[in-house]
Design a protein. Structure first.
Length: 320
């Protein structure tokens, strides 16, 4: 680690999102009229880096991103938006062989729920060479944020490299894996942060209650991870390590759009860990970030500022 400010490093996907807001999500074969649409930054790697950078504006922290975009208009747009957030883009490669990743999103205006289709593009070309060319960033990272929108073998290699440098490895297992994760990867994860669907995919447990979430977390710990943070959507969050566990009740907000709530959650968790907070407090920070993200539209654009997070935590000290 260097003597520079602590670094939150996101290694993963960068997309441009085309988001339409409709009265309800379309059923198979149904065409639904959208009330509006927007085009903006997305991809779990990009979203988490942008959200961390927005939080870091008021903190002694840095945010960097490693990934790939195409040599196209969407790639230029993604770079410009990430730069506006303040993300270090020295690790973002322009790939001449593949287009920038694209996500097609429909948001239900009544509930805030969403449906997403992703075309990975350049994200699926991210490989071990991206780790080698950005070795300096891995050496400096305090927290590494990983997701599953790039090849799984590359995720494993990145976790292995980060563990070698002593960084906290945080895996957002999204989208939910079709099969199991590689056995070696389980032992390289410091914190895994599945949502409800991902928890069920990985454990067979549907976390409807804190008791269910605790049972799922125990199964995840048995696989080799050090800590499990089970995101239960509007029902709260359960965190658990080898010694203890706890529940963070949901913050009372009115959701408009849940698209990037999970990404903002993970950025908040990384921010808390990079500042040296306990797992319990880092999870509470993360939950506040996720809750605030649901109160506004967009993906990366929904990320909160640090002072907003602190204000929400102070208004609701009971959320512990």
């Amino acid at each position: 680690m260097s003597d520079a400010l602590p670094l939150i490093l996101s290694f993963g996907s960068v997309n441009v999102d085309v988001t339409a807001r409709a009265r309800h999500l379309p059923l198979p074969g149904e065409t639904v009229h959208a009330e509006s649409y927007c085009i903006g930054l997305g991809g779990k790697g990009g979203n988490q880096a942008a959200a961390a950078a927005r939080l870091a504006r008021s903190l002694p922290l840095r945010s960097a991103l490693i990934g790939r975009v195409g040599v196209d208009a969407f790639g230029t747009q993604a770079r410009e938006e990430l730069a506006r957030f303040g993300v270090d883009l020295s690790g973002l490669l322009n790939d001449p062989n593949f287009p920038t990743g694209l996500a097609l999103i429909v948001v239900d205006q009544q509930t805030g729920e969403n449906s997403i289709t992703v075309a990975g593009g350049a994200n699926m070309a991210v490989d071990a060479t991206d780790i080698v060319r950005t070795d300096n960033l891995f050496s400096e990272a305090s927290v590494l944020l990983l997701q599953l929108e790039i090849p799984l073998a590359t995720v494993l290699a990145a976790a292995r490299r980060a563990r070698h440098s002593g960084a906290h490895v945080v895996l957002d297992p999204a989208p939910a894996p079709e099969g199991d994760l590689p056995e070696e990867l389980w032992g390289l994860i410091d914190v895994i942060t599945p949502n409800e669907g991902e928890t069920f995919a990985l454990t067979g447990v549907n976390p409807e209650t804190p008791q269910d979430a605790a049972r799922a977390a125990a199964l995840l710990l048995n696989r080799g991870v050090k800590t499990a943070v089970v995101k239960m959507g509007a029902k709260g969050v359960w965190w658990q390590d080898e010694m203890t566990g706890g529940f963070v009740s949901p913050f009372p907000v009115i959701p408009l759009d849940t698209v990037a709530a999970g990404d903002c959650f993970n950025a908040g968790l990384a921010t808390g860990l990079a500042q040296g907070h306990s797992l319990a407090e880092a999870t509470r920070i993360a939950a506040a970030c996720g809750a605030l993200a649901t109160t506004r539209t967009g993906a990366a654009q929904a990320a909160p500022e640090w002072d907003e997070v602190i204000a929400l935590l102070k208004r609701h000290p009971e959320n512990t």
